[in-house]
Design a protein around this ligand. Structure first.
Ligand code: IFM
Length: 446
């Protein structure tokens, strides 16, 4: 069962909810440019207005209070703080987060900000973005600015959200901003190496500016299973695990990229300078883990990618509106694996949730039994992980609100609160009340 001080939260991210992209001196981000590029986002949606949280945040904090939330994980938009990424500070941008933090604390809700949830200032992308090694220093400077401003009140900081996505979706598959598509992993690996340097440089800055604070990073992890028991498929699962999980966690905890993947990558591995791995493996206070689904693979010698694997969609398994398999057991598996393999001081489940094609009924309510069932099953799996020794300190549901789901625009709804985008009306879904009961019971509900 969960300890008494277990942290029950919800998570969101700046570009997905804030809107107000041109207000109060905010600079452009890579997602403004990407979402306005024809063909990149479903239905040509953009984050221009999103949930207009920038203006609705007091109402959203009221929702959090009703929910009984202990903590709120949000992200800070770098281009609101430093519009061109590395120059003039925008005091109005800081003022927004100042007020958000103050109002959260007044409501008894602990803020857990993430410094980078994908909205790099566009001006920095024009200087090479994460492919430019100087990006580590740009990020260190931004970290210094924002932690000086909020560090007296914010005591839990996350540097980066989901390195997997920042590296592979942005610099390999090209489906996320800035949209670079290559068969080779060379760019993805170099970008990752640079923002891992940024992460390592940020940790001591956070500790210096925010006394007695805790700092960590958020990885999206997925247990990788072989589709059959054949030796070839099992070997493929090890190779994909190298890409999906160990490539991201090993440098942070072991100070080295996994040797099996480095060998596969050959010349496509990152350029590493003396001292880099020490910076990257700067000790953290906690690890954030996002869990959504497991990965099932088989051997595929004809694949153009170095893992030589094919991703398998198992037939007849329950799936979310994203097509992701619903597999709560994977949450227990990944948390216990992280504990055994890396032994972080603390772990938070920083995102977990599902997309459902919700509708508001004529009575003005939203029935989303699949989401309630998803939450209950995954919280049960988290409890099992705690019983098996995972030092899990909190669970954050994704997401408080329906929001801009990146390349899927507003077409996919992850919220426990329905957002009617034209009117910005918020309607708590049935799952909102399920989560409220989970929080009230400190865990499982019938
Ligand atoms: O919406 C995203 C979030 O920004 C990062 N983690 C996964 C979520 C659902 O796809």
């Amino acid at each position: 069962m969960f300890p008494k001080d277990f942290v029950w939260g919800c998570a969101t991210a700046s570009y997905q909810i804030e809107g107000a992209v041109k207000e109060d001196g905010r600079g452009a981000s890579i997602w403004d440019i990407f979402s306005h590029t024809p063909g990149k986002i479903m239905n040509s949606d953009t984050g221009d207005a999103a949930c207009d949280h920038y203006h609705h945040y007091p109402e959203d904090i009221q929702l959090m209070k009703t929910l009984g939330l202990k903590a709120y994980r949000f992200s800070i938009a770098w281009p609101r703080i430093i519009p061109d990424g590395n120059g003039q500070i925008n005091e109005s941008g800081i003022a927004f987060y100042d007020s958000l933090v103050d109002k959260l604390l007044e409501a008894g809700i602990t803020p857990y900000p993430t410094l980078y949830h994908w909205d790099m200032p566009q001006a920095l992308d024009e200087k090479g973005g994460w492919l430019n090694r100087e990006s580590a220093d740009w990020f260190a400077n931004y970290t210094d600015v924002i932690t000086r401003a909020l560090g007296d009140r914010v005591k839990n900081w996350m540097t980066f959200n989901e390195p997997y996505c920042i590296a592979y979706l942005s610099y390999h598959e090209g489906v996320h901003a800035p949209g670079h598509k290559h068969v080779s992993y060379r760019e993805a690996n170099q970008a990752l190496h640079h923002f891992y340097l940024a992460h390592g440089k940020a940790i001591p800055i956070i500790h210096a500016n925010s006394s007695a604070s805790k700092a960590g990073i958020v990885l999206s992890l997925s247990p990788v299973h072989a589709v059959t028991d054949s030796e070839a498929d099992k070997a493929a699962a090890v190779r994909v695990d190298g890409k999906t999980n160990r490539w991201l966690a090993d440098p942070l905890f072991k100070g080295a990229y996994p040797a099996d993947r480095l060998a596969l990558l050959g010349a496509d591995g990152p350029d590493i300078q003396a001292g880099d791995m020490e910076i990257i493996s700067t000790p953290m206070d906690f690890l954030g883990v996002n869990y959504y689904f497991r990965t099932v693979v088989g051997d595929d010698p004809n694949s153009p990618f170095v893992e030589k694997a094919r991703y398998v969609d198992l037939p007849d398994v329950p799936r979310t509106d994203m097509g992701w398999e619903i597999y709560p057991e994977g949450l227990r598996e990944i948390l216990t694996w992280v504990q055994q393999e890396y032994n972080p001081p603390e772990i938070y489940m920083t995102e977990n949730g599902c997309a459902v094609p919700d509708e508001v009924t004529a009575e003005g309510v939203v029935h989303d039994p699949p989401r309630s069932a998803y939450l209950k099953a995954h919280v049960a799996a988290a409890a099992a992980a705690v019983e098996q020794g995972a030092c899990l300190k909190g669970y954050f549901a994704w997401s408080l609100l329906d929001n801009f789901e990146w390349a899927f625009g507003y077409d996919r709804r992850f919220g426990i609160t329905y957002v009617d985008y034209p009117t910005q009306k918020r309607t708590p879904k049935d799952s909102f009340y399920t989560y409220q009961a989970i929080i009230r019971n400190n865990g499982l509900v019938e």
